[in-house]
Design a protein around this ligand. Structure first.
Ligand code: C2E
Ligand code: MG
Ligand code: MG
Ligand code: MG
Length: 293
């Protein structure tokens, strides 16, 4: 799925620089059009709860089904979108689509599967974003408790107090908040204390060599202890192997997300996957007449 950027070394040359700029302008224009067409799509990556073995939620991941370039990943167009001032439009589109899709699986009986949406911390306290969140919930009828906002600290929070107030407001309405990519970027411990959140997502860089690097295991153990001490849950990102899964269960991690559980899936494939999800005790999702042992 990932594409290798073979053009990296050539960017020093002016003609290629010009080409890149022209390329961005084209992409920006095309992206603006894509927002009004069916070219943007959300894929949903399941998260598995390690205590129950069930899928407990999904993360919405944006893709652009470009007519000429094929399926583009966020890394290939979000920067261009930001440079073109299109992030508000993208956030609004993603929030509405994610809530609409989640309301659909709730109606199908999967009424405890939460959807997580990535929002830049720079915009989470903006009036426009808060209104978009409220609108998306109203229009879809989705329960606020089934929507989670994921914030990375990769771009530093400009006004910590204002962000904290916005997050408190969201949580007061019943939404969940998670800190994404924890451990890289600007994950100061003071932020963990100041930013009210329900879950911490440990960055995949700590998970990928969990088995070969004892230091990573130590860090994961410490993050789990800290999160639980602060009454937060812990999600491990980028879990790819059964060995990582076992180790994370041993460390007391709550949820895992990664290719080991599932690749990000189009909505229809997600629904199929949820039908195979073992039901929680007492859930409406429990299929009738399941064979008893
Ligand atoms: P993220 O929020 O940390 O999302 C997880 C990324 O890791 C996703 O990449 C996912 O496909 C990938 N991933 C999941 N499991 C594994 C695994 O086992 N191994 C490996 N190697 N990778 C795995 P993706 O979809 O390319 O998204 C990249 C980033 O783009 C996201 O990182 C997020 O920061 C951003 N993004 C995605 N969708 C949106 C969106 O709708 N809005 C905004 N603002 N940002 C988004
Ligand atoms: Mg995320
Ligand atoms: Mg992440
Ligand atoms: Mg990441």
């Amino acid at each position: 799925q990932a594409k290798v950027d073979g053009g990296n070394r050539l960017r020093f040359f002016v003609p290629d620089m010009d080409r890149r700029i022209a390329h961005s302008a084209t992409l920006q224009r095309e992206l603006l059009q894509a927002l009004g067409s069916d070219e943007l799509v959300l894929y949903y990556q399941p998260q598995m709860n390690l205590h129950s073995g069930r899928i407990c939620g999904v993360e919405a991941l944006l893709r652009w089904n470009h007519p000429a370039r094929g399926l583009l990943l966020p890394g290939e167009f979000l920067q261009i979108a930001a440079e073109g001032g299109l992030m508000n439009e993208i956030d609004e589109w993603v929030l509405h689509r994610a809530c609409r899709d989640a309301a659909l699986w709730v109606r199908e009986g999967f009424d405890d599967i939460r959807v997580s949406v990535n929002i830049s911390p720079a915009r989470v306290s903006a009036e426009r974003t808060l209104k978009a969140i409220a609108d998306a919930l109203d229009t879809s009828g989705l329960a606020a408790a089934l929507l989670e906002i994921e914030l990375t600290e990769r771009d530093l929070v400009a006004d910590l107090d204002e962000t904290a107030r916005a997050l408190s407001g969201l949580r007061a309405r019943g939404l969940k908040v998670s800190i994404d990519d924890f451990g890289v970027g600007y994950s100061f411990l003071s932020h963990v204390k100041a930013l009210p959140a329900d879950r911490i997502k440990i960055d995949q860089s700590f998970i990928h060599n969990l088995l070969t690097d004892e230091d990573n295991a130590t860090i994961v153990r410490a993050v789990v202890a800290m999160a639980h001490g602060l009454r937060m849950g812990v999600v491990a990102e980028g879990v790819e192997t059964a060995e990582q899964f076992t180790q994370l269960a041993m460390e007391g991690c709550d949820d895992i997300q990664g290719f080991y559980v599932s690749y990000p899936l189009p909505l229809q494939d997600l629904l199929q996957r949820l039908r195979d999800n073992p039901p929680a005790a007492g859930s409406k999702a429990a299929p009738a007449g399941k064979e008893q042992a």
